[in-house]
Each structure stands twice: as structure tokens, then as C-alpha cells.
Design a binder for this molecule. Structure first.
Ligand code: NDP
Length: 324
């Protein structure tokens, strides 16, 4: 298999494996510690060094499972990166949910450290923007979290370009730790933000990106082309909203049009979709998802497909995406 590359996370000195593994939906809903450990081991053995998580995933359970898996795996702490993301909260009080105020952030990071059983989280994201907290308050709290040794780098997730720029400028002006990375959705069906809205931020502030849902939650693997598979996330209770997206006729039509491209390249559709994300040099790491180790193994082989995505193939894909 093609060796893993490590990309710099934006202008920071941190090296992140170009493929990484996240825990949304899967940990706590579809798997416990044993399968999580199996998936993480398959990824780590192939060079993955970043494991993504969030406070809200399975209401804190996802961080507990990942922490237990890490303990059992016994890897050197300096050899891997873990993240969490804060915003939605775990409780209903006015300062405990849907906020990036100082009170919430400073206590939420302590909760994450306790669940992971770690001293420090490598990457901490503000999971969504909060229109009711001044950006300066959030920037100062994130700086203090890093200054206290509880986190190493901070960033945002699904913030607008203007919000990211505002945070960066406040940090720059006051000599505070700047946001280093953004975590946006990026896949064949969702390109605008990474390719257009953030275009200036890569050079201007050295933004790194840890992109999510390369398969649009599985749709781009082609597995929904002939109906909903019984063992898929679309059948999970509480994810009816996601099932609706996974059965969207317009999106499925795109997946069907892409199938011959994968066949011609001699790869699976999932590998094609992940390799396509990797072709974008502004992507620091593609966060993949998997509910079983076999999917991890298949998806890692996307690394073999990247060199096959020559300009003619990329142009063919663009034409298929535009086809109405
Ligand atoms: P994907 O779009 O890659 O979807 C992953 C899911 O697709 C798997 O869990 C599995 O679901 C299915 N799948 C994976 N590989 C294959 C394959 N080879 N063949 C068929 N089906 C496959 O990624 P996610 O949506 O899981 O997102 C990845 C990560 O990104 C998350 O874990 C999280 O860390 C992060 N994220 C961040 C968000 C944010 O707001 N910042 C939002 C969402 C995700 P199934 O069980 O159905 O087979």
C-alpha cells in the first residue's frame, strides 16, 4: 500500500496524517471499546496519527470509549493526536449548551480531559460559531486553555470565513494563540466553502483544514444506490434526518454517475471519493469514518488511488458533477 503522507496543519509546525479517523455516529451507537480499538489499530498501523472526537458525540460516551481504547492500545502519547470539539454541551442550563462563552469553554475542556483520561487534548475546536458571545471572549478562553496546558492547538468548525478572520485578527492584535485550523464538511457533493469561501484564508492566515464526511455519511460509497442497507447508519434511531439526506434522489443520481469512474480506475467508490478530497492541497487531513475495521482498511487504500486522479480524470469528474 502507498505510504501515508503527513501534511502540515496550515502554517503550524504540526504534522497530521493526510487520512485520519473520527468517531461521530459510530462510537457509542454502533460500536463499543473493542471495535473502536480494532478500527483505531488498523488506522494507526497504516500511519494514521489523528483521531477526531467531540464532547457531543454520543453525549460524552465517544470520548470515554476513545480514551479506553487508547489506554488499552498503549501507544506513545507523542505518536498520536486526539481532538475534541466544544459548543453543544451535555446539559441544559443557560451556560451549558449552544455557547462558546468563557464559563462553558473553561469547564467543558476539564470534562473532556476527565472523559478521555488524558492530561492534554492536541486539537480543540469551537464546534460551531456562537452569535451571542463576543468573538474576543472565545479567543481569550481558547488562548487560556492552551496557556494552561490543557490543549495544544485550537480551531473552529463550520465558521464563516469572516468569523475565522475576526478571531485570527483579535488573537494577532493581542498576541494570543491564533486559531490554526477549521473543520469543514468537504466532499464531492459539498465543495463551495473549502474551495471558494475560504480561498483567501489559506495564504493570508495560513489556515489548515481537517475536513469531514468525505463519503457524505456513506452516500458516496454507492451503498445507497439500490436502497438503504440494513446495517447502515441510515437505519439508526435518532438519525432519521440523516436517512433523509442519504436517500436524496439528486445526490443519489450523482453517486450513480460516478460509479463508472471508479470502475475505470479499478477502485471502489469510497476510495475514489476519499482520494478526490486528498487531491486538494488545502486539505490538511481528510477525517474518515467507519463502523467496522474492514471499512477502515478499504478506505486507507484511497492512498493508492490518488496518483490515478490525473487532470483528465478530475475534469471528467467535474463534468459529471455539473451534469443536470
Ligand atoms: P464519511 O462521510 O466517510 O461516512 C462514514 C460512514 O460511511 C461510516 O461510518 C460507514 O457508515 C460508511 N462507510 C465508511 N466506509 C465505507 C465503505 N468503504 N463502504 C461503505 N460504507 C462505508 O464520514 P463521517 O460522516 O463519519 O465523518 C467523518 C468524521 O468527521 C466524523 O467521525 C467526525 O469525526 C467528523 N465530523 C465532524 C463534523 C463537524 O461538525 N465538525 C460533522 C460530521 C463529522 P455505515 O455504518 O452506515 O456503514
Amino acid at each position: 500500500m502507498t505510504a501515508m503522507n503527513y501534511r502540515r496543519l496550515g502554517h503550524s509546525g504540526l504534522k497530521v496524517s493526510e487520512l485520519s479517523l473520527g468517531s461521530w455516529v459510530t462510537y457509542g451507537n454502533q460500536m463499543g471499546t473493542d471495535v473502536a480499538r480494532e478500527c483505531m489499530a488498523a488506522a494507526y498501523d497504516a500511519g494514521v496519527n489523528f483521531f477526531d472526537n467531540a464532547e457531543v458525540y454520543a453525549k460524552g460516551e465517544s470520548e470515554i470509549i476513545m480514551g479506553e481504547a487508547l489506554k488499552r492500545l498503549g501507544w506513545r502519547r507523542s505518536s498520536f493526536l486526539v481532538s475534541t470539539k466544544l459548543y453543544w454541551g451535555l446539559h441544559d442550563g443557560p451556560n451549558e449548551k449552544n455557547t462558546l462563552n468563557r464559563k462553558y469553554l473553561m469547564q467543558a475542556i476539564d470534562g473532556a480531559l476527565a472523559r478521555f483520561k488524558l492530561d492534554c487534548i492536541d486539537l480543540v475546536f469551537c464546534h460551531r460559531p456562537d452569535a451571542e458571545t463576543p468573538i474576543e471572549e472565545t479567543v481569550r478562553a481558547m488562548h487560556d486553555m492552551i496557556a494552561a496546558g490543557k490543549a495544544l492547538y485550537w480551531g473552529t468548525s463550520e465558521w464563516s470565513a469572516a468569523e475565522i478572520m475576526a478571531a485570527w485578527q483579535i488573537a494577532d492584535r493581542h498576541h494570543l494563540h491564533q486559531p490554526v485550523m477549521e473543520q469543514p464538511q468537504y466532499n464531492l457533493l459539498h465543495r463551495e466553502r473549502v474551495e471558494k469561501e475560504y480561498a483567501r484564508l489559506y495564504a493570508d492566515i495560513g489556515l489548515g483544514t481537517t475536513t469531514w464526511s468525505p463519503l457524505a455519511s456513506g452516500l458516496l460509497s454507492g451503498k445507497y444506490n439500490d436502497g438503504v442497507p440494513a446495517d447502515s447508519r441510515a437505519t439508526l434511531k435518532g438519525y432519521e434526518w440523516l436517512a433523509e439526506r442519504l436517500t436524496d434522489p439528486a445526490k443519489l443520481a450523482v453517486a450513480r454517475r460516478l460509479a463508472p469512474v471508479a470502475a475505470d480506475l479499478g477502485c471502489t467508490m469510497a476510495q475514489l471519493a476519499i482520494a478526490w478530497c486528498l487531491k486538494n492541497p488545502q486539505v490538511s487531513t481528510v477525517i474518515t469514518g467507519a463502523s467496522r475495521a474492514a471499512q477502515v482498511t478499504e478506505n486507507l487504500r484511497a492512498l493508492d488511488v490518488v496518483p490515478r486522479l490525473v487532470p483528465e480524470v478530475m475534469a471528467r469528474i467535474d463534468t459529471l458533477l455539473e451534469d443536470k
